[in-house]
Design a protein around this ligand. Structure first.
Ligand SMILES: CC(C)(COP(=O)(O)OP(=O)(O)OC[C@H]1O[C@@H](n2cnc3c(N)ncnc32)[C@H](O)[C@@H]1OP(=O)(O)O)[C@@H](O)C(=O)NCCC(=O)NCCS
Length: 171
């Protein structure tokens, strides 16, 4: 029979998992599709595999996954952007998602810290993240991680394509 201490240690270990993070691979397409679907963007494994084939070769783009007992439970996408108006570059978090059953256990914070280190090592001076107004839980998370709300996001649909103005269409 297990002692109370051993039972408590096992419970603690389950509550605070050792987070391991690595670069995503094509073989992660299935779990990544599930995480993007949970984020609100329904995605099949085949679609995700196609996306990863385009994205993974880009040196300015990071896709990393968090593992719990070898199982993918979270993912982050981040990229380097280049300022036009001044020197240098910035980082941007494109997507961050932790599986609903694994939230509140540090996976999100570890993924964000990993992406920030990756961006910092490539010279990014700030990290920007767009987060929809309705994601109030995520806003709490970003504030806790040291992010400040600094602006408004404007968005306009560009599909279906609008014909180019006559002057541009001669190009
Ligand atoms: C936001 C998110 C990535 C955070 O990941 P996480 O692994 O739960 O985060 P951590 O465990 O590192 O930190 C927990 C903190 O996140 C926040 N949080 C947001 N949603 C949470 C949830 N469902 N459960 C627990 N904490 C949540 C809390 O502020 C919490 O801090 P607190 O315990 O001090 O209140 C994750 O909750 C998630 O995937 N949410 C849905 C998708 C989403 O909104 N993504 C961000 C898009 S911009």
């Amino acid at each position: 029979m297990k002692s109370q201490g051993a039972i408590r240690a096992a419970a603690d270990a389950a509550a605070t998992p050792t987070v391991s993070i690595r670069r995503a691979e094509i073989g992660d397409a299935g779990p990544l599709a599930g995480l993007m679907t949970e984020l609100g963007y329904p995605t099949t494994a085949d679609e995700m595999a196609d996306r990863l084939r385009s994205i993974l070769p880009h040196g300015d783009y990071l896709v990393a996954v968090a593992l719990n007992n070898g199982q993918v439970v979270g993912a982050i996408g981040a990229l380097i952007g280049y300022y036009l108006e001044k020197n240098g570059c910035f980082g941007r978090v494109i997507a961050l998602s932790v599986a609903s059953g694994h939230r509140g256990r540090g996976f999100g914070a570890s993924l964000l810290a990993h992406a920030e280190s990756w961006l910092r090592a490539r010279g990014a001076v700030i990290c920007i993240v767009n987060s929809s107004a309705h994601r109030t839980d995520a806003h709490r998370f970003y504030r806790r991680e040291g992010y400040q709300a600094t602006g408004l996001r404007f968005q306009k649909d560009l599909q279906p394509p609008v014909p180019l103005p006559a002057s541009d269409s001669k190009i």
